[in-house]
Write a protein that binds this ligand. Structure first.
Ligand code: PBG
Length: 326
């Protein structure tokens, strides 16, 4: 009997080949979804200063970028529209000639067979007050009046050909309301992604610049309090009961416990959104030479997958897909 430990877990870590063989989590391009911004009235892509490497697309550059993402094997696209004009009810969201609906038709025609085309179903990009719903006489976000708008927005997006509607507004009953509108109007096959556990997060900061948000105040009366794990689980359960085909946890990295809970209990796929602030933090630290950019990105994605995400919305979708192929 020699000295030293009998049990040596390092045996499984000694060589690259052994590490590869025992890895429990692998990334695949098909599990990445690329969020994309398309802006009305621009003919060239516009840089977003708080998200280096991400742009507000013109319709043409959006088309080209969608083709590139499909060629990279990315599994899906999530489209966000930025209208030239905003108003109190977010009229541009339900106008068939509104930027998001026009872009959806263009992208579905271009790459709709190769990739799942998804659309953000929320009013905040379209309202002049920047909230995710419409306001009542006292200026509060009116849940049930917002559901009426979501139904109309869902129909406009389904008519434009969106395959999967991303309900990100955090109104109570939104999944059931939009499911009903689709079913009674001849869109039973349009799928719903419930942003079930969406937290009121500081990590959405760069996104607000990206969509030229008009928001004053915050979203704490509808998005979840970061302190609450149980409420996240409850929202997931409710979205499933209301008919969500897929549920989401958002943001990702600060909510891996919520994600793991959802992954353990949900009967439908669970996705995670690695949001703008998560992207920009890594980009900023890497630009300063403080972290290894590629390793940090890959580690962040593996961590989100390991916690239970079936797919990840990430602004690095195309680049990370490229790394995986090479
Ligand atoms: C709402 C929406 C937001 C994000 C996606 N959908 C912003 C918010 O809730 O304030 C944030 C995404 C990101 O930060 O990358 N339509």
């Amino acid at each position: 009997m020699t000295d030293g430990p009998r049990i040596r877990p390092r045996r499984l870590r000694n060589t690259p080949a052994m590490r590869r063989l025992v890895a429990e989590t692998r990334l695949h391009p098909a599990e990445f979804i690329l969020p994309m911004f398309v802006r009305e009235g621009v003919s060239e892509p516009v840089a977003i200063s708080s998200m280096p490497g991400v742009v507000n697309h013109s319709l043409d550059s959006l088309r080209r970028a969608a083709v590139e993402a499909a060629a990279a094997g990315v599994g899906g696209l999530m489209l966000f529209g930025i209208p030239e004009h905003k108003d109190a009810i977010g009229s541009g969201a339900t106008d068939e000639n509104g930027i998001l609906n026009v872009a959806t038709r263009a992208i579905v025609a271009e790459v709709g067979d190769a990739i799942v085309v998804q659309t953000d179903l929320c009013l905040d990009e379209f309202t002049d007050h920047g909230h995710c719903g419409v306001l009542d006489a006292e200026g509060r976000v009116d849940n049930d009046a917002s559901l009426v708008r979501y139904r109309e927005m869902g129909l406009a997006q389904a008519a434009a050909g969106s395959h999967l509607l991303g309900l990100s507004g955090m109104m109570d009953g939104q999944v059931a309301a939009v499911r009903d509108a689709l079913d009674v109007n001849g869109f039973p096959d349009t799928a719903l992604l419930g942003y079930a556990a969406k937290y009121a997060s500081a990590f959405y900061g760069p996104f607000r610049e990206a969509v030229n948000s008009a928001l004053q105040g915050d979203r704490r009366s509808y998005q979840l309090d970061p302190a609450n794990r149980r409420q996240g689980a409850r929202e997931v359960q409710l979205d499933v009961e209301e008919g969500a085909d897929i549920v989401m946890v958002k943001p990702a990295m600060s909510y891996l416990d919520v994600l793991a809970d959802a992954a353990a209990t949900s009967p439908v796929p669970v996705w995670a959104y690695q949001v703008s602030g998560e992207y920009s933090m890594i980009e900023a630290a890497a630009a300063n030479g403080w972290i290894d950019r590629r390793r940090a990105i890959e580690e962040s994605l593996v961590g989100i997958r390991r916690a239970g995400a079936g797919a990840i919305l990430t602004y690095w979708a195309v680049e990370a897909a490229g790394w995986l192929r090479s």
